[in-house]
Design a protein around this ligand. Structure first.
Ligand code: ACO
Length: 402
């Protein structure tokens, strides 16, 4: 290929690395990934153990504070989050102003940024402000997303209750009828907890890098995570869970066989990709995808989910994993391939899948923002470029232009 253009300046050698394939932007103690061997650990703990034994708020504490909480610390976090789940009336008016069918990712990023204006006491870079904002964000992101689910179904907003389990309260607000009550199947509650844990951090992915780069300008944490939400919305990142389910639907509607669809992907016809497949770092099975696939059978069985689509997805995986195109490129299912099927079975529409990812990723974004703020080596993120345009020319008056 072409030689990589370089530039020598007063800070040394500048290299061009599109997509940051080989450039580390920071060092971090939060999450470890070994992409060749399909290993993911939060603060040293294997994702499989956390998924099986932990709860989302425990994992949030682990990511943000570096250690699993003891019973008192967990109870305290639960209480503080529970106390902050209510929203200011102005925030409710803000959410109610959007069309009911507005894409919830667009509303969510606006809402997270707007939160800072209603809770100014939590805006700032001091330890007190950041700790308060941490609790506000964990709490109110759950309320905003459950409100958006409620509004999408035509319901009015109901008040969060204090003292409940985080996931129970999230599901109660999202799914209860006018009485405010809902029966939550323990299997559903566990599945949601598990999905949130699996999404909680993934080191320097597109949205987390965005949170860091926005935060590096000393923008507040609300603005930084709101930017993370917009980065997450794209179909090559968090939007892939929604895109994967739409892809399954399209295959069914088109009448193509799974084999015919895979052939189109390989031809790169109209840029089609197998959504929920491939990853920048994993060159083997995404360990999160393996956990989701493992629980999907039981949960779909229990909830009476769409087994036909699940069977189709498994068949797609089987064909792709035995095909040279996918083998050569080391393309495996990622976390987004099967999650949509579970969210759907629980009762979430396609558009809510990526907001659920955002809810899960919130502790990771917060942990990275805090880690960056405490790192004395942090500098404003400002990549260089190699200019390839016209060197210099004189202004051309309008009458002389062609
Ligand atoms: N389907 C078909 N072909 C693919 C796929 C796919 N899902 N992913 C990559 N490829 C091919 C590319 O066409 C390319 O082929 P080539 O060498 O013939 O040009 C090769 O594999 C390498 O792909 P890149 O795009 O260079 O890989 P990159 O690391 O830049 O992209 C990404 C990673 C964006 C995840 C990509 O695999 C993709 O688009 N996947 C589908 C979207 C998706 O599932 N995203 C979720 C990622 S996980 C997450 O964010 C939670």
């Amino acid at each position: 290929g072409l030689p990589i253009p370089t530039l020598l300046n007063d800070t040394g050698l500048v290299t061009v690395d599109p997509g940051f394939m080989n450039t580390a932007s920071c060092s971090s103690e939060i999450t470890y990934i070994d992409g060749d061997n399909g290993i993911l650990r939060y603060r040293g703990y294997p994702i499989e153990q956390l998924a099986q034994q932990s709860t989302f708020l425990e994992v949030a504490h682990l990511l943000i504070h570096g250690e699993l909480p003891n019973a008192d610390q967990l109870a305290s976090l639960n209480n503080r989050v529970s106390r902050h789940m209510h929203l200011h009336e102005g925030m409710k008016a803000f959410l109610n102003a959007f069309p009911r069918d507005a894409h919830p990712m667009a509303v969510l990023s606006g809402a997270l940024s707007a939160l800072s204006t209603f809770y100014p006491e939590s805006v700032g870079r001091g330890d007190y402000e950041i700790e308060l904002a941490t609790v506000q964000l964990l709490a109110k992101t759950a309320t905003v997303i459950s409100y958006l689910q409620r509004r999408g179904r035509g319901g009015d907003l109901i008040e969060p209750r204090r003292g409940g389990h985080y996931v129970d309260e999230f599901l109660r607000i999202a799914f209860s009828d006018g009485s405010g009550e809902v029966d939550i199947d323990p299997e559903v509650r566990r599945a949601v907890d598990l999905l949130l844990i699996l999404h909680a951090d993934h080191e320097q992915n597109c949205s987390t890098s965005t949170v860091r780069i926005v935060g590096s300008s000393q923008a507040n944490i609300y603005a930084s995570v709101a930017a993370g939400v917009t980065a997450l919305s794209g179909p090559l990142h968090g939007g892939a869970n929604e895109a994967a389910l739409r892809m399954f639907d399209q295959i069914k509607e088109s009448g193509d066989t799974v084999e015919q669809f895979v052939a189109k992907v390989k031809d790169k016809a109209e840029g089609a990709r197998l959504m929920g497949f491939g990853h920048r770092v994993y060159k083997s099975y995404d360990p999160r995808g393996a956990v989701v696939k493992g629980v999907a059978d039981t949960v779909l069985e229990k909830l009476g989910g769409d087994n036909q689509t699940f069977d189709m997805a498994k068949r797609l995986e089987e064909i792709a994993l035995s095909d040279e195109y996918f083998i050569e490129r080391k393309l495996y299912p990622n976390v987004d391939f099967y999650t949509g099927l579970l969210y759907s079975a629980i009762g979430f529409p396609h558009t809510m899948f990526t907001p659920l990812f955002a809810l899960g990723r919130m502790p990771g974004w917060i942990a990275h923002y805090r880690e960056m703020m405490h790192d004395p080596r942090t500098k404003i993120g400002r990549p260089r470029q190699i200019y390839t345009g016209v060197v210099e020319r004189d202004y051309v008056p309008m009458e002389d232009r062609e």
